[in-house]
Design a protein around this ligand. Structure first.
Ligand code: LLP
Length: 470
């Protein structure tokens, strides 16, 4: 296990095997970049009809740019492919009131997993009936708001929560629509999955050992709960259907057990989110047009096998909707050549953001790609590492990328596939203000989240004269 501190350079093999040296470092791999991103004749990137130089001049760096056309294109593809399914956008990927309104306009439902996300959704005027509430430790306040507003479903995660919701439903004199979260022992990442007999983690009720069935029966017998069905979420960045197949088999077996016990069938199966996107050219996620029929076939097959009706289906994609729409823009501050021994060297390019706005590389070892955004360059590409400004050697944004050898101070580095789990997981580490998020479309910029200021942060510090507490 790696203890906090420096992550040591992999001196023996500076470039990972999956990373090909591009013949042209200015080229854009279409599977990585949002739909309206192009490289203009002038050499600069254009997103949503705006040149990166103008964007940076108006918005500053670091900044996150959401390509609105990409969002709509993806929403339509997912809706078309998953026709007949209910799609809940997972707000944890990235949520603002504006995004909630887009989701609403798109006719999608919304999955929230905290009081904060619920607050944003309600502040946007999102129809509570199309909100699903997740979380393994929803607060009483959160549950009260959800029940008062009449959310469409609460996904129950523990016996304590079943009791809590039942008590509140009793207090309000209502019947609350619920699902139970089943843990199927499947853990999927990219194209690998592990199916274990039991799942040693905090979410849901295990299908093995009968706990999930007990939870279902508990809800079924409660006059205050309207049991809609079963929810299963198996992981993140999943590229194929193998893990879903095992999860579907295990959850549908639960449907069958429930039917045997009660003579009734629960109606809804939610397969959760986790559909992957491409972060580097080596990534090969399945597209929704491939996933949807494959998942439906699996569910039909398994339902037949158990002799039950095919349930109503829903999914909760987050990253697959917003991830590829986002591009992060950073400005280069310093460039350093680090000798790796022999004839090898690595170029360290320091930019004005880092692990405070994108923790994913440091937290998960996530790989990204990048290009020079403000201009094209004819200089041969060099193996580079894009690093942040934070006080940690693990503060890496793009671990391995070939960037033009003349990348220098003042240049703009553009990182694709940055719409999900970057700004939404941002922190103020090292008292760094969090970057803004803007949307771009048809040459227009709209601010979704403004840039945080040093003053914003100082206002939380009650020792400061201008503190909000004064
Ligand atoms: N539904 C549930 C119950 C979830 O827990 C999640 C993600 C989703 C839906 C949406 O998953 P998506 O389609 O966006 O992959 N921070 C990590 C991802 C954690 C996701 C947690 N749950 C990352 O940056 O990769």
């Amino acid at each position: 296990m790696h203890v906090a501190g420096s992550i040591h350079a992999d001196v023996a093999s500076p470039a990972p095997v999956w990373l090909e040296k591009p013949s042209d470092a200015n080229a854009l791999d279409p599977k990585l970049w949002s739909i309206s991103t192009t490289r203009a004749d002038s050499g600069e990137l254009r997103i949503g009809g705006l040149g990166v130089n103008e964007l940076v001049e108006r918005v500053g760096t670091p900044a996150y740019v959401i390509d609105e056309a990409d969002f709509w294109e993806r929403v339509e593809r997912w809706k078309g492919a998953f026709d007949g399914w209910q799609i809940y956008y997972a707000g944890k990927a990235f949520l603002t009131t504006k995004i909630a309104r887009w989701i609403d306009k798109a006719g999608l439902s919304l999955d929230v997993c905290s009081l904060g996300e619920l607050t944003v959704a309600l502040a946007a005027g999102f129809d509570p009936a199309r909100i699903g509430m997740h979380g393994n430790n929803k607060t009483e306040q959160e549950l009260r708001i959800g029940i008062e507003k009449g959310v469409g479903r609460i996904i129950l995660d523990s016996f304590d929560e079943i009791e809590r919701v039942e008590r509140l439903a009793q207090e309000y004199g209502v019947v609350v629509p619920v699902m139970i979260r089943a843990t199927t022992g499947v853990e999927a990442h990219t194209h690998e999955y592990i199916a274990t007999a039991h799942d040693d983690q905090k979410f849901g009720f295990a299908t093995t050992g009968g706990t999930a069935l007990v939870a279902l029966m508990r809800c079924y017998h409660s006059p205050r709960l309207n049991l809609l069905g079963v929810h299963s979420h198996i992981g993140s960045q999943i590229y194929d259907t193998d893990g879903f197949e095992v999860a579907a088999r295990r959850t549908l077996k639960l449907f069958k057990q429930f039917q045997d016990a009660t003579g009734e069938q629960i109606t809804t199966l939610d397969l959760g989110g986790g559909f992957g996107i491409a972060y580097t050219s080596a990534d090969t996620p399945a597209d929704p047009e491939t996933l949807a029929p494959a998942l439906r076939d699996i569910i039909i097959h398994e339902s037949r096998g158990y002799g039950i009706d095919v349930p109503e289906l829903s999914i909760e994609p987050g990253r697959a909707i917003i991830g590829s729409a986002g591009t992060a823009l950073y400005q280069v501050g310093t460039v350093k050549e680090v000798d790796l021994g022999g004839s090898e060297s690595r170029t360290y390019i320091s930019v004005d953001g880092g692990m405070s706005d994108n923790i994913r590389p440091a937290l998960y070892g996530a790989e990204y790609s990048a290009v020079l955004g403000n201009r094209a360059s004819g200089v041969a590409p060099k193996l580079s590492r894009v690093v942040g400004l934070h006080c940690e050697s693990g503060d890496i944004l793009v671990r391995d990328v070939f960037l033009p050898g003349d990348t220098g101070i003042g240049d703009i580095i553009a990182v694709p596939a940055s719409g999900a789990y970057s700004r939404s997981m941002a922190s103020n580490y090292n008292h760094t203000p969090r970057p803004p998020v803007v949307s771009v479309a048809d040459g227009k910029i709209e601010t979704l989240l403004r840039r945080e200021t040093l003053e914003d942060m100082l206002r939380l510090d009650v020792g400061y004269e201008g503190s909000a507490d004064e």
